[in-house]
Design a protein around this ligand. Structure first.
Ligand code: COS
Length: 384
């Protein structure tokens, strides 16, 4: 749902300008230093990018899902590491509170998330629990007015920067399934909360990931999301339904960028006496990429509109994430192919995108998990 087309266009134009004037010139430096410059972070905060999906009542922009994915298309034109810094505040690192938090939890945390004063991070995955998220073992034991957490979370995006973590932990030790899981807000600096080393990754340099370790980490019972035990897995799944749409939008934005770069190269690079873009085999790669980006874009917008209508979009967001992230991988591969030898060199930047976007097919649920979600939902619907 677009509330006011003119206002949205102003936002999209300012994002496009910010991307081209401020982010693109810094891409190489970010990849080399593994850091986003402080002045860019400051500008992101001033533009409100940390609070795009936080309700206006808590100081955010309160974008609808449709507006947010359109903003996502623009932002993801730059290296994914830039969006990653504020993506968790708009997505998985804050939505647990937005969707299921108590009024007090929202009031306490969301305003600071909206401004970027604190970074939110989402801690679901563990060393032995990834796709099978309901098998997680981190425990939270009630002790008076507190819970005591023990366990390790792995591959946690933005954990090194995070001010708060949404942590899924098992409150019912007798249960091995989803209904024994609860979600908590844990603040950085809580005694017993440790961070591991920043991981070396294939790509997305500038975006950081590490383990989050809880050793008798005592938190207030008031930080149980929704003030209710046993609903944490569902909270996590609802958060991921939205997060997967954000990744789908990022895939569309990154693919658009790579196609743009490949098209420019195909017009400039001459072989056999003419630009390679005039050869039909190159044209086929350009055309297929454009077609698939268009399809993914339509799918993401349709799913976003359905979410704005209040519909359950578990299937649609899985479809969008599956199709858009796989599409992005194909576009990355074709873009490298069109660049030829230059595509393999760091200097041209396209190999960096090729590595960066590989993550889209993995995080917030692998492509195989999206297939499983879609097929299971189809089977369930067919059975009623
Ligand atoms: N919204 C609301 N509730 C949901 C839901 C959703 N999208 N998906 C599942 N649930 C509910 C189910 O309805 C069920 O509740 P009931 O028992 O009351 O019916 C409960 O959650 C358990 O669901 P389910 O039985 O489907 O859980 P499974 O363990 O079989 O598997 C998958 C669920 C595999 C889909 C889940 O574990 C998953 O998404 N895994 C991937 C995790 C992931 O994306 N990790 C990335 C890390 S975060 S970057």
């Amino acid at each position: 749902m677009i509330r006011d087309a003119e206002t949205l266009q102003l936002l999209l134009d300012s994002l496009a300008r910010f991307v081209r004037e401020r982010l693109l010139p810094q891409e190489t430096a970010v990849a080399e230093t593994d850091q986003i410059p402080a002045d860019i972070v400051r500008d992101m905060k001033e533009m409100g990018l940390f609070g795009m999906s936080i309700p206006e009542a808590y100081g955010g922009m309160g974008l609808t899902m449709e507006e947010e994915v359109m903003a996502g298309f623009e932002i993801a034109y730059a290296s994914p590491a830039f969006r990653s810094l504020f993506a968790t505040n708009n997505g998985i690192g804050a939505q647990g509170i937005v969707i299921d938090g108590t009024p007090e939890q929202k009031q306490h945390y969301l305003p600071r998330i909206a401004t970027g004063e604190i970074i939110g991070s989402f801690a679901l995955t563990e060393p032995d629990s990834g796709s099978d998220a309901a098998s997680l073992r981190t425990s939270a034991v009630r002790d008076g007015d507190s819970y005591v957490l023990n366990g390790t979370k792995r591959y946690i995006t933005n954990a090194p920067e995070a001010g708060i973590f949404t942590v899924m932990a098992r409150t019912d030790p007798k249960s091995r399934s989803a209904d024994g899981i609860s979600a908590f807000i844990v603040e950085r600096g809580t005694p017993g909360l440790w961070l591991g080393q920043i991981e070396k990754k294939m790509g997305q340099k500038g975006a950081h990931t590490c383990d989050v370790i809880f050793e008798n980490c005592r938190i207030l019972a008031a930080n149980l999301i929704g003030s209710q035990e046993g609903i944490g897995f569902k909270t996590a799944m609802k958060v991921l339904d939205k997060g997967r749409l954000n990744i789908a939008a990022a895939s569309v934005g990154a693919a658009t960028r790579m196609l743009g770069d490949a098209l420019r190269y195909a017009r400039e690079r001459k072989q056999f006496g003419k630009p390679i873009g005039e050869f039909q085999l190159i044209q086929a790669m350009l055309a297929d990429s454009h077609t698939e980006i268009y399809a993914a874009r339509c799918m993401v917008i349709d799913a976003a509109r359905k979410r704005d209508e209040g519909r359950n979009i578990g299937t649609e967001s899985a479809c969008a994430k599956l199709f858009a992230s796989e599409m992005c991988g194909r576009v990355a591969d074709r873009a490298v192919q069109i660049f030829g030898g230059a595509g393999y060199l760091a200097e041209y930047g396209i190999e960096r995108f090729y590595r960066d976007v590989r993550l889209f097919r993995i995080f917030e649920g692998t492509s195989q998990i999206q297939q499983l979600v879609i097929a299971r939902n189809l089977m369930r619907e067919a059975a009623v």
